[in-house]
Every structure is written in structure tokens, then in C-alpha cells.
Write a protein that binds this ligand. Structure first.
Ligand SMILES: O=C(O)CCC(=O)C(=O)O
Ligand SMILES: [Fe+2]
Length: 294
């Protein structure tokens, strides 16, 4: 079975949906995560690396069934180097992109994301993917109607964004029930809104305006003046610890002691930067954990 899911991951660039915890457990998690974001007005820092301090989020990052699955399909040596809480609203979201963190990882291709639904991700408010696109060259992307926005390669995290021109292409909506997740390759083209022909990411000025709008929304959110998001999800970023993670990735949260955390295998080369070791927790919990059926 491992071979077939591994093959599926290689061919289509993702696997899932897979259930990790029950809907009731996910609802309990939402009741903790939501207020934790609200106190900090949904700021980017409030969303970052909550696997360090929110118990339910931490438990997921070290859930034996998840760690075991990732070691089978990806790498026996594994660390979680970042997580991010996403809030989704119908009609809003991130445009087409690949998760190459070119400014944060030495090898931006050598990692994966586990996208976990805390609340439901229905048809009109979920992530969508282009199956197989993780294997496409730049030329193939452009032939399929995805025009690279060149300046996104060196801006922010260095994740390439694209303008889709509307050419027919297979787009799969990954709807999820609370407590389910899917795992995807960083190269897989994905988006939470399909804005055909939208060029706003291409203009640094518009990108700046969007950021300012986000900040003022966060400010209003602090005073309860913004409608609560209808979709809550967490992206856990795992990588093989041989990939080096730039200190820039921890710049904003260094005072909270954030660092990569080893969950399986070993760290080679050993290196000197700080690294948490959570392998013991995975081993300890393995005895009474459920096995994930794929
Ligand atoms: O949930 C979203 O809206 C975007 C998620 C995403 O792009 C990611 O997890 O990499
Ligand atoms: Fe993404």
C-alpha cells in the first residue's frame, strides 16, 4: 500500500483527503485557535508556529500516524520547520502559486506541506490544485496558461506566483471535513481563489496596498469589527533536516524560541543552530495511536 500512495504522491503531487482526528476534536481545536488569533488581531505573527504553544496544534505536528505517513512517502529523517494558520473567506484567498520558499530554504524543492482543516473547507472556500503540475517546467506552466510573475521569485519568501490566463486546465478542488488533511509537493500549483487574468500580484505597489489593507483589517479585527473567517486551516511545513533553513525564517519569532523540530530519524549533518528534538513524543504516543488509512 505504501508503494501505491507514494506513487500517487509522485504522480499527482498530493495525497488525501485523509482523516487525522475526529470532527469533535477539530471543533475543540477551533475553539482554542480562533481566540488565540483574535487576541493578536489575526496578525501574521499570531498565525506563525503555533505548534510551539497551542497544545492541540503541537499534538498534530507530532501525531505518530502523520509522522509515520510522511516518513513513508517522503523521508525517514524529518523535521517540522514552520507552521502557519490560514483563514479563508469565500471569494478571497491566495492566487496560483508554488510553495518554493526560495529565500528561506537552501533547497526550496526539498520539503512538503501538510494542509490540515480545522473547520470545513467546502467547494466554494477550499484549496485547489493542478494535479501533476509539480513536475512541470516553467515552459510547460506557461503553455498551460500560468504566466510567472517574475518579481515574486525574490520578494518575501520567494514563492513564485502566476497569472492564469483562463486556458482550460484540470483544476481539482480539495474539499475537506474538519479534522482531515492533504499533503502536497511544494511545486504543485495551488490557490484558494481562481482569479483568472488578475495582475495585482504583478505590481509591487498593489502588493504593498494589499498588505496595508490586511494590516488595517487586523487592526479592526482586534476590536471585533471584522466578520470571523469561515475557514480555518493550518499548513505544517516539514522538510528533510539536511535542507538548511535560513535564520531569516525565524527572524520574527526568535524571542519565542522558535526553531526547527526533529520528529523522525536524524539530523545530518549535525550542525550547530538550535533544533528541538520531539522524536521521543512521537515514539511515546505511537503505542496508543490510531493508524491512518489511506
Ligand atoms: O489556505 C489557504 O488559503 C492557502 C494555503 C497555502 O497556500 C499553503 O498551505 O501553502
Ligand atoms: Fe501555498
Amino acid at each position: 500500500m505504501t508503494e501505491s500512495i507514494k506513487q500517487q504522491f509522485l504522480d499527482q503531487g498530493y495525497i488525501g483527503p485523509i482523516r487525522a482526528i475526529s470532527e469533535a476534536e477539530a471543533a475543540e481545536m477551533a475553539s482554542v485557535v480562533m481566540p488565540a488569533l483574535q487576541v493578536d488581531a489575526f496578525s501574521p505573527i499570531a498565525r506563525r508556529n503555533r505548534h510551539f504553544d497551542i497544545e492541540q496544534v503541537h499534538k498534530l505536528a507530532v501525531l505518530p500516524a502523520i509522522v509515520d505517513l510522511l516518513t513513508r512517502i517522503y523521508s525517514p529523517d524529518l523535521c517540522v520547520w514552520r507552521s502557519h494558520i490560514f483563514t479563508g473567506k469565500k471569494g478571497h484567498g491566495l492566487g496560483w502559486h508554488s510553495d518554493y520558499f526560495r529565500t528561506l530554504l537552501t533547497d526550496p524543492l526539498d520539503h512538503l506541506t501538510l494542509h490540515f482543516a480545522i473547520t470545513a473547507a467546502p467547494e466554494d472556500n477550499c484549496l485547489m490544485v493542478v494535479p501533476g503540475s509539480q513536475n512541470w517546467t516553467q515552459e510547460e506552466r506557461s503553455k498551460a496558461g500560468f504566466e510567472l510573475i517574475g518579481n515574486t521569485l525574490d520578494r518575501g519568501y520567494g514563492t513564485p506566483y502566476y497569472i492564469r490566463n483562463g486556458m482550460p486546465v484540470e483544476i481539482r478542488k480539495i474539499t475537506l471535513r474538519p479534522g482531515e488533511f492533504f499533503v502536497f509537493n511544494p511545486g504543485l500549483l495551488h490557490a484558494s481563489i481562481d482569479r483568472v487574468g488578475d495582475r495585482s500580484n504583478a505590481s509591487p505597489l498593489l502588493a504593498l496596498a494589499k498588505k496595508a489593507a490586511k494590516n488595517s483589517l487586523a487592526f479592526l479585527g482586534k476590536y471585533g469589527l471584522v466578520e470571523a473567517p469561515s475557514r480555518l486551516a493550518i499548513g505544517f511545513r516539514y522538510c528533510n533536516p539536511r535542507n538548511s533553513i535560513s535564520p531569516i525564517a525565524f527572524r520574527e519569532t526568535l524571542d519565542r524560541g522558535h526553531c526547527p523540530a526533529l520528529v523522525a530519524g536524524k539530523r545530518t549533518p549535525e550542525g550547530s543552530g538550535s533544533f528541538a528534538d520531539w522524536r521521543g513524543e512521537v515514539t511515546k504516543n505511537r503505542e496508543n495511536s490510531v493508524t491512518i488509512k489511506v
